[in-house]
Design a protein around this ligand. Sequence first.
Ligand code: FUB
Length: 460
Amino acid sequence: MTPARRWLAGLLCVVLLFPASAAQADNPIIQTIYTADPAPLVHNGRVYLYTGHDEDGSTWFTMNEWRVWSSSDMVNWTDHGSPLRVSSFAWARSDAWAGQAIHRNGKFYWYVPTTNRATGRMAIGVAVADSPTGPFRDALGRPLVENGEFDPTVFIDDTGQAYLYWGNPNLWYVKLNPDMISYSGSPTQIPLTTAGFGTRTGDPNRPTLFEEGPWVYKRNGLYYIVFAAKCCPEFIAYSTAPGPTGPWTYRGTVMPTQGSSFTNHPGVIDFQGGSYFFYHNGALPGGGGFTRSVAVEKFTYGPDGSIPTITMTAAGAPQVGTLNPYTRQEAETIAWASGVETEPSIEGGMNVGWIENGDSIKVKGVAFGAGATSFTARVASASGGGKIELRLDGVNGTLAGTCTVPGTGGWQAWTTVSCPVSGATGTRDLYLRFTGGGGYLFNVNWWQFSSSTVPYSHGP
Ligand code: FUB
């Protein structure tokens, strides 16, 4: 059973037990697959979120690819698929573990840990792309650095000097050259002192709390390292320093142990005037330590730069702004998916598929304004098709329109359908509710509303 199917089964139970809270949930932020190890990047007014992908039914960290998502509002996330896999590195064998991407010189550099086939050790590769969503290619044809440790985080100081940090059980850094794919000097260990990284009891080999998953950044002149602490289960802690290599001072807990996953992994950004903490847990049905899901919370720094203790929520972060339904929206831009999955589309990007009767997609905070008059969708169906119900404020909410999707002769044989809309005014949560007979009904690539003042203006 896929996570989507498990989720649908779980959702039925949750809705029966907690109808109000289920309707509010926006965490975990991806429901179509299991995701882990979030690494957010702000670029040109969007948040790009780089994650790992826990395979369904994993009983170990079975991870073959990395994934990219993006959002302009922190609640509706667009699926950009997998522009980087273990197989993108000819020298790699397995383990698409926790990485981070950064923008420099008009290019995007994604540092990832993966196992070197030749040595059997964890190594760190670097992939490069012209776009934040890829495609990414191995920049070197060999590991950038390899010492058996993992979880790279990358940071560019105001001076222009870039640093790569990584490690478990130790903590290392190296100074990256401006080309971002080579370095100067040798990997250097950051001393793991209890003053710097807190005190762990019960493990003489690991006297400090530092475990893995470092995330380094600078804010208001203060350098932060947020990390997965203690094991296992892990919690998230942080330290600060006056410089990029220390000396570090342990500052305490960011997120206590919570959430049915024995690992956790931090990612911290500022976006549109707010501060956000990304992490993972096991909150989806079937979720756990090897079937994790990425989530996000908004937080406020203390006046002294301290990070408050952040608790996992089902509600997630508030929406930043609204979504414009009068421009083309990808079907895979989703606040909450029930039952569906995604796949690459022959028309580019991704499409939503595996749609069955009763499945739905929630799109949050849709600004209809004075009112939509029609709805257009790009659809394909190798079966007999079905219907798209446009529901407002709930999956069983007010019906604003119904579009009929015909069979088109193939799951990638795309056509455009339209239908009239009424009652869609103001800013509302939109639910695309899919109905029809048995089996898979149709796929959706994109959709768009029009109104008497904003007519439908462009198609494929
Ligand atoms: O996802 C695989 C590993 O689990 C990561 O590299 C660690 O940070 C932990 O989350």
